[in-house]
Design a protein around this ligand. Structure first.
Ligand code: LHQ
Length: 264
C-alpha cells in the first residue's frame, strides 16, 4: 500500500503531501494521524525550517472520507478530538511557518486545513468549499474560528450555509489566500516561495507566531507585555546577532548558520 503522507525535504522546506489522489485526498485516520506525527517530527528537526502541506493529484483535500464514516467506532466529537483537532492545533502552534499549498479543491475539513495555514498559496485551479451543510453537519476543524476572522461573520455564514465554491481569484479577493500561482508551475512556485521563507530567521518567526496566537485573545496591555517577553528571547538569540552584524557589515544575513548555533 502506498504511503498516505509523503515527506520530502528540500532547501529546508519539508513538503507533506496528502496522498489519496483517487478520492481527492479525502481524509481517513491514517492520513490525519500521519500528518500530525510528521508535524511533531518537523518541530524537533532543525533541518526543517518551513513546512508545506499540499495534495497529490487534482485535489487538495475533500474533507472527511465519507466512505469511512460508518466504520468508525467512536462518536463525532471523540473522532474530532482524536484526529482533526490535534492536527489543526499543531499547525497553528508549530513554531515554524506552515504553508498550505492548495493545488485543487479543498472541501469540508479539507477547507479547514487549507485555512489553518500561516500562509495560503492557491493554484489557479484551486477552490474552497465549506461543504459541511450539504451533509447537514457543522463546520469543524477550525473553520468557524478562521473564516469569520478572514471574511467577517456574515460572509462566513453565507459561505457555510450555501456551500458555494470559492475559486482561487475570489479567494484572493476575500483574503482566503495570499497568492495565486498558475497550475502549470504551482509546485515550483510554491517551492521558490517556501525556500525564500526558509532563509528568513525562522526562530524569530516562530516567536512571531506565538505572539500573534496569544494576541488573538488578549488585551492590548497583555499583548504589550507578552511582546516584551518574547523580544527578550529573540534579542538574546544568535539570529538577532547575525542580523545586526550583517546590517553593520552591509551583507546579507545568513540566518541558517545562525540557527545552528546552540544559544539562539
Ligand atoms: C470522496 C470524497 C469524500 C470519499 C470526493 N469521501 N470520497 C469530520 C469528522 C467526522 C465526520 C464527518 O465529517 C467531518 C468533516 C468533513 O470534512 S464533512 C465534509 C466531507 N466532505 C464532503 O462532503 C465533500 C464530498 N465531495 C464533494 O462534494 C465533491 O467530491 C467535491 C466538491 C469535493 C469535488 O467534486 P468533483 O471535482 O466533481 O469530484 P468528484 O465528486 O467526482 O470526486 C472524485 C472522486 O473522489 C469520486 O470518486 P469516484 O470513485 O467516483 O471517482 C468521489 O466519490 C471521491 N470523493 N470526496 N469526502
Amino acid at each position: 500500500m502506498s504511503e498516505v503522507v509523503l515527506r520530502e525535504l528540500q532547501e529546508g522546506v519539508l513538503t507533506l503531501t496528502m496522498n489519496r489522489p483517487d478520492k481527492l485526498n479525502a481524509a481517513n485516520d491514517p492520513l490525519l494521524l500521519g500528518l500530525t506525527a510528521a508535524l511533531k517530527d518537523a518541530e524537533r528537526d532543525d533541518a526543517v525550517r518551513v513546512v508545506v502541506l499540499t495534495g497529490a493529484g487534482r485535489g487538495f483535500c475533500a474533507g472527511q472520507d465519507l466512505g469511512d464514516v460508518g466504520a468508525r467506532d467512536m462518536g463525532f466529537a471523540e473522532h474530532l478530538r482524536h484526529t482533526y483537532n490535534p492536527l489543526v492545533s499543531k499547525m497553528r502552534s508549530l513554531e515554524k511557518p506552515v504553508i498550505t499549498a492548495v493545488n485543487g479543491v479543498a472541501a469540508g475539513a479539507g477547507a479547514s486545513l487549507a485555512l489553518a495555514g500561516d500562509l495560503r498559496l492557491f493554484s489557479d485551479a484551486a477552490s474552497l468549499i465549506e461543504v459541511f451543510s450539504n451533509i447537514a453537519l457543522v463546520p469543524d476543524s477550525g473553520s468557524t474560528w478562521t473564516l469569520p476572522r478572514l471574511v467577517g461573520w456574515n460572509r462566513a455564514f453565507e459561505l457555510m450555509a450555501l456551500a458555494e465554491r470559492v475559486g482561487a481569484q475570489d479567494a484572493l479577493r476575500l483574503g482566503l489566500c495570499e497568492h495565486v500561482f498558475p497550475a502549470e508551475t504551482f509546485r515550483a512556485d510554491v517551492q521558490t516561495y517556501a525556500a525564500r521563507l526558509a532563509a528568513r530567521p525562522v526562530r524569530a518567526l516562530g516567536l512571531t507566531k506565538r505572539a500573534l496566537n496569544r494576541a488573538m485573545t488578549a488585551t492590548l496591555d497583555e499583548t504589550l507585555e507578552y511582546e516584551a517577553q518574547l523580544q527578550q528571547i529573540a534579542g538574546e538569540g544568535a539570529e538577532h546577532r547575525e542580523g545586526i552584524a550583517a546590517f553593520l557589515e552591509k551583507r546579507t544575513p545568513d540566518f541558517r548558520a545562525a540557527g545552528k548555533s546552540t544559544d539562539s
